[in-house]
Write a protein that binds this ligand. Sequence first.
Ligand SMILES: [Zn+2]
Length: 669
Amino acid sequence: MRLPGWRALAGRLAVVLCAAQPGLPALAAPQLDLTVKLEPAQGSLSAQALIALPAHEAIDLRIDARHRITSMQLDGGALRASTEGGLQRIRIAAAKQPRRLELRWAIRADAPDAAASHRDTLTAFAPQIGEAGSFLPAGGAWYPLPFDGAGPLLHRYRLTVDLPAAQRALAPGDRQLDTVRDGRRTVRFDMAQDSEGADLMAGPWVEAERSVRSIDGRTLTLATLFHPDIADQAEGYLDAAASHLARIEQTLGAYPYSRFSIASSPTPTGFGMAGLTYLGVDVLRLPFIRHTSLPHEILHNWWGNGVYLALTGGNWSEGLTTFMADYALREASQGEDGARAMRLDWLRGLSALSPAAQGRLADFGGRTHDASQAIGYHKAALVFLMLRDTLGATAFDSALRDFWQTHRHRRAGWPDLRAAFEHASGRDLGRHFALWVNGSGLAAPTIAGAVAGPDGLTVTLQQPAPHYPLAVPLHVRISGETRVEQVALQGAQARVSLPLTAGCAELALDPDFRLARRLAPGEAPPVLREATLDDTLGLTVLGDERLATAARTLTAQWLDRAPGAIDAAQPPGRASRMVIGSFAAIDGWLARHRLPARDRDGEVVAWAMRAPAGGTLALVAARDADALTRATRALPHYGQQGWVTLAGGRAAARGQWPAATAWTKVCVR
Ligand SMILES: [Zn+2]
């Protein structure tokens, strides 16, 4: 994911942003000169900002209220800050002559918590300073961020960091200096483009570098900044970064920065910032990350950290990055079968969301929990897939290259994407964007019926309101031959004629899952996530107090909210339910409710099952409470599986239940 900029502060800023600012004319993007002294062992940072204010320009700066401003001067005269909404604000009205603002402040921060969960790292933006690593996201206002009435301003900066020689520092921008003298290191970053700000990271890193040539002929530096215990992975990551970068440049155009760095974090982060990615040490150890998270974060240099997000109207960058990195790589490496499996995963997750949890893409800010990921990443990726299927790859790719050239280093939103796709295709996409981006929910097209006539078979497709503009792939199998009819379903109904005058045809609506639609009950075999994503999920625990405690810890890790308890005697119905217990207790419960028996063994076995009444069951059977506790960290990672067995807290085996396309048979007599 992309580091969610200032939105981390949204709650605290809400009041501030509504306040009009009379007397402040529109602000130009300022240039900040930041000098920082970082002491990881002391958990402290002292800093100075110099801002040259041109004549006739005002400025409105905001810095986290927890940081102690030690001096503040405007042309040598004293100045005061006010505190509002957790931020200290410094407002300076325009003047006839150029002026110089100087600010000094100090930050004390805790060391990063290596035990933090990934979910914690998505929402924590307080500065962290420690010997294992330091992280000061710009969105946390660790330095005075320039604002106007609408929100934070893009700005340029020069950042000079002084820190112990054993540590290295990283921030977006060209690295212009990295020298060691008298036991201290000095590093300078110059951000010469309008940017979203200086995210500062440091750590006891070993650096490796490689030069590559960009598509427009520049020399780019690829670098890894890894903790010593993973330093041997540098070559593999540099190889992967070089190949992903070249592939993306082929599609979209030249990489917009001079360096790309991969830095390791002591906490399980997964962030992309301009020109760098910041991934947890334990994340980087996983062998697949260089082909999954890495290309995703590299692509964010175009989407999100190259074209920045508009301050309102929704985050389009995760969906587009998921579509062009995660999905494109799956398509390239595993072919259509792998791509289809990914689309099915997305539709499963989306179909599992209750109507209340079906948010709008226009409201998606960033990933905070699994449901927001399903919408902001997966539904948005499907919206781009449907666009490509409708417009064709040529117009689709040309629209994105045009969008990139027009909006790089500026903010842009969904309406700008719409304009680019309309321009490239010559089509009005108003309804597509109105329903998919500004509306919530999924399409639900079905085969309504088929009527035989003298000219053949007329098949009617229908969909409930709202009527999405759909190009429905209708698979038609006649005498063993399958062909695909693209049926334009714009309103409530559409008809298509098939040249069948005798015999039977079999029909399947979108069996390859190319539409953002609600899966029909039973259309796909169940996976664990179908239950765990359902915000109406109930919980039944079978076992003693020790097992119940372990079960509570597991559900706190796994679920976005605490589920309501359901009595074991209540038979499974139409609602989703998680049932946790010992092997004997679960086996007994299944038998009592006449459900299929468990057919897998291990220390812990979890599997999804569809109850006869339609509800999805997530069953977790454990040898004992200790085994369940050991599985707590791993289990939530296997939501896309139909079943998983664990031993020693790790997955031993996993898989999905087999699926078959449901064909509808229609005959002409
Ligand atoms: Zn992302």
